[in-house]
Write a protein that binds this ligand. Structure first.
Ligand SMILES: Cc1cc2nc3c(=O)[nH]c(=O)nc-3n(C[C@H](O)[C@H](O)[C@H](O)COP(=O)(O)O)c2cc1C
Length: 186
């Protein structure tokens, strides 16, 4: 049985209202409590075997770490990410070092889920998140120098959106989500 098509407006407002802003309000700071709650949301995400293979580097405008991070953003993301009240570099640990699970094939999946939790928590606090990969991975890895086994995956800009969600955001249909894995490519 195929479910009847639904409107995104019927979703929970935290999901229906989420979008990745391409402009942030530079005057909206992210305070310590807000930062703590964003990390707490990530902390409580589920993960394979409870391996929790995530790690973060956070930086807010005016902090020395912000100045370390910003030069490594690509021009396409620097345009808006530098105005966000918070940047979060996300890292994964694929070799989790647990005697039960040496290597987690789910490490990146789990990190993504932790960031989804962080994103929803941001939304609940009136903030928005824009995840991005537009930065110089090699240069940022050299700059931050994570411990062996840790790999930078993405960065998240979190802050107050300046402006509304753009019109015409597109998604594949639910029917396609269900059929595509079994459909021959053209
Ligand atoms: C892992 C990941 C990497 C992304 N990289 C970029 C990026 O480099 N630049 C950018 O503008 N958006 C980036 N995005 C944002 C997506 O383009 C955006 O989520 C998608 O177009 C859907 O739009 P929405 O979030 O507003 O629904 C990234 C998102 C994810 C999850």
């Amino acid at each position: 049985m195929r479910p009847a098509p639904e409107s995104p407006d019927s979703l929970h407002p935290l999901l229906a209202g989420r979008f990745s802003p391409s402009r942030f309000d530079p005057s909206a700071a992210v305070d310590d409590r807000t930062l703590g709650l964003l990390l707490e949301a990530a902390r409580w995400a589920p993960s394979a075997g409870n391996s929790q293979p995530w790690g973060f580097f956070t930086a807010r405008p005016g902090e020395p770490d912000h100045a370390r991070l910003v030069p490594h953003l690509a021009p396409s993301s620097a345009r808006w990410a530098t105005d966000a009240g918070l940047l979060v570099v996300t890292l994964t640990r694929r070799y989790v070092g647990d005697p039960e699970i040496q290597y987690s094939e789910f490490a990146d999946y789990d990190l993504g889920q932790a960031i989804a939790h962080m994103t929803v928590q941001a939304q609940a606090m009136g903030l928005s998140a824009h995840q991005f990969r537009a930065f110089d991975l090699d240069a940022l890895t050299k700059e931050l120098d994570p411990s062996p086994g840790w790999a930078i995956v993405s960065t998240v800009a979190v802050g107050k959106a300046a402006g509304e969600a753009p019109a015409g955001r597109l998604r594949r249909s639910v029917a396609d989500l269900l059929a595509a894995p079994w459909t021959e490519a053209e």
